[in-house]
Design a protein around this ligand. Structure first.
Ligand code: PMP
Length: 352
């Protein structure tokens, strides 16, 4: 450990991202990307930007993108905060709304970036255990906390909360910001965006990495009351007033305007998910009910470690978390139909 590091950084357990293979082509079912490419309109927008305008700085306020997102969700541009993917948005949110004196509550099995940001930004936090069926126990979030964050659907379980349950948490936390991380909402969940006009304490984050197939770009946005967005703008300008680059802005705007195309893909992905869940169940897996673009499954007799290793040897990557209660589970991102057939065939071999 380098003596020059600040003590806070020395003690940090940094987030470990899912593997991005560099050596050979693998069937990548480990980081929940969309298996289908973005639309022609998005690619055209990237090409047009790259052809002429990279010499110029981007718009620091991302006005055109904010307007496009606002139109999409029937909100105003001042309800929209753009960012370089939702990981960055979440960092700004932790800084703006949580901290000493504003502790945050999140599920104990959830997106593993939350405890990392809490440590990095010195935010006290309480992880709340999931119930026996791996669901978020809504009643545990129904006291004034200082701050709340959870994904809907939850990750890595994929289990969604109903909009009425989200509203229950909002009502019970009138003086705290409740962040609903909707990274996977468009694959089958109920979005909380429609509640924004009634709840000034609600902030919803979306990414363009999953439903809109742009993980390679880093683009996302937060939606909420204009007072919350103003706090995020203040934090952002203290880091980097430009936020998104020109290529990301152009592509993200085109993607937001091409929702019909992405809805078709999401429908296809949801059908693949339901078919894959069925196949896994018939092979002896416990598969949690997912509304996301991934499945979380553990075999009733064979270890997750053995299966993950065996799949890797066959060129298929899936994710596993070394955490009590879930170390036997595999998180399997939905690929194309052909990729899922390869997965099922490989699992059949491993379970023989
Ligand atoms: N939230 C959740 C729940 C996620 O699983 C992810 C993807 N790893 C993100 C946020 C971040 O997505 P991105 O930074 O690509 O927008």
């Amino acid at each position: 450990m380098n003596k020059y590091w600040s003590p806070r950084i020395r003690d940090l357990k940094a987030y470990v991202p899912g593997e991005q293979p560099r050596d050979r082509i693998l069937v990548k079912l480990n980081t929940n990307e969309n298996p289908y490419p973005p639309s022609a309109k998005v690619l055209e927008a990237v090409k047009n930007t790259a052809d002429g305008r990279l010499r110029l700085y981007p718009d620091p306020d991302c006005v055109s993108f904010r307007e496009a997102v606002a139109r999409q969700y029937k909100l105003l541009p001042e309800n929209v905060f753009p960012g370089n993917g939702s990981d960055e948005l979440l960092a700004f949110c932790f800084l703006a709304f949580f901290g000493p004196g504003r502790p945050v509550l999140f599920p104990d099995i959830t997106y593993s970036f939350y405890p990392v940001y809490a440590d990095l930004f010195a935010v006290p936090f309480t992880p709340v255990p999931l119930d026996a069926e791996f669901r978020i126990p809504v009643s545990e979030f129904c006291r004034e906390n200082g701050g709340v964050i959870f994904p809907n659907p939850n990750a890595p379980t994929g289990i969604p909360l109903a909009i009425s349950q989200v509203e229950t948490v909002l009502k019970a936390n009138p003086d705290s910001v409740v962040i609903v991380d909707e990274a996977y909402i468009d694959f089958g969940g109920e979005s909380a965006v429609g509640l924004i006009p009634r709840y000034p304490n609600l902030l919803v984050t979306h990414t363009l990495s999953k439903f809109r197939s742009l993980a390679g770009l880093r683009a996302g946005y937060a939606l909420g009351d204009k007072e919350l967005i103003a706090a995020l703008d203040c934090v952002k300008n203290s880091f980097n007033s430009y936020t998104m680059d020109r290529v990301a802005l152009a592509a993200a705007e085109a993607a937001v305007e091409d929702t019909e195309y992405f809805r078709l893909l999401a429908g296809r992905i949801a059908a693949t998910r339901d078919k894959t869940a069925e196949a896994l169940r018939s092979m002896g897996f416990l598969v949690l009910p997912s509304a996301a673009n991934f499945l979380f499954a553990s075999h009733k007799t064979v270890s997750g470690e053995y299966l993950q290793k065996g799949l890797r040897e066959r060129g298929i990557l899936v994710r596993r978390f070394q955490k009590p209660r879930i170390e036997n589970f595999l998180r399997i991102s939905m690929g194309t139909e052909e990729q899922m057939e390869l997965l099922i065939k490989a699992l059949e071999e491993l379970l023989k």
